[in-house]
Write a protein of this length. Structure first.
Length: 263
């Protein structure tokens, strides 16, 4: 019984691949080339927003390196692809042959129905946000922007035709550590997933079915087009990237997230 992991090529994705490899069941990696990790700022920004934009993404890269190191991949069979190749026959054949226990995706583009149908057993996606409240894109940014950093986490859900809409298999929260910045909080969410995912994979390998929780509300689907550099002053000018501390100090409304866990 083996696992296929389809993911992006950023350090966080390599970290989760290494965690899955601890099961001894990871048989194939399919790595999608993602967008540039440190993008260039839009040309029409004023000087201050340009500086915030550059700082925000350089900090993301620095924190990713601090928490996850370089993108070091486990020594298993690997296929590197572009997004346009995600539903190719080569990928479908790999999934059909090697995902005998579990197909997991994280940080890649949407998988086609043909690809999903090729996986005979469990099919999961690792989503960087707490569904259904934070579905879609950039979902480790929005909780802090909306002043609820305690809602920063990860959701493992069944893969479905609709984006981030499958039944929830497991959720984990980023621990709130005094002094943490927005990017540190996001990294801790991924690390929490790294702790839990090997155990979840072992459950999938051992069982024909696994408990789940339906996504009972439509929640909120965040699109990448909704984010703009003009959101950055809230994080860096108003709260000085100290929203975690503001929450821990009781300066923000406390609302405990209601999450679903296997253990």
């Amino acid at each position: 019984m083996s696992i296929v992991f389809i993911c992006g090529n950023h350090p966080r994705h390599a970290f989760i691949a290494r965690c899955l490899a601890k099961t001894g069941k990871l048989s194939f990696l399919i790595i999608e080339e993602r967008e540039q990790f440190t993008p260039q700022p839009p040309a029409n920004l004023d000087e201050h927003l340009t500086a915030l934009f550059k700082f925000h993404f350089s900090e993301r890269e620095r924190i990713e390196s601090q928490f996850f190191g370089t993108a070091k991949w486990p020594e298993v069979a690997t296929l590197k692809i572009q997004a346009s190749e995600l539903s190719s026959q080569a990928v479908i054949d790999i999934v059909s042959k090697h995902a005998t226990a579990l197909l997991i995706s994280y940080g890649c583009h949407k998988l086609s129905s043909q690809l999903l149908n090729a996986a005979p057993k469990h099919k999961w996606n690792c989503h960087g946000g707490l569904s259904p409240w934070y579905k879609g894109a950039i979902t480790h940014f929005w909780p802090s922007y909306l002043l609820e950093p305690q809602m920063t986490g990860m959701t493992v859900h069944q893969l479905s035709e609709q984006l981030d809409a499958g039944n929830i298999i497991h959720q984990c929260l980023a621990p709130l550590v005094r002094g943490d910045t927005l990017h540190m909080l996001a990294a801790r969410a991924v690390m929490a997933l790294g702790d839990d995912l090997p155990h979840l994979a072992e459950l999938a390998i051992a069982q024909e079915s696994i408990a789940f929780a339906p996504q009972s509300s439509s929640g909120m689907l965040w699109r990448s087009s909704q984010w703009q550099p003009h959101h950055l002053p809230m994080i860096y000018d108003v709260y000085k990237d100290g929203i975690v501390d503001a929450y821990l100090d009781g300066k923000l409304l406390h609302k405990a997230p209601d999450i679903f866990r296997q253990f």
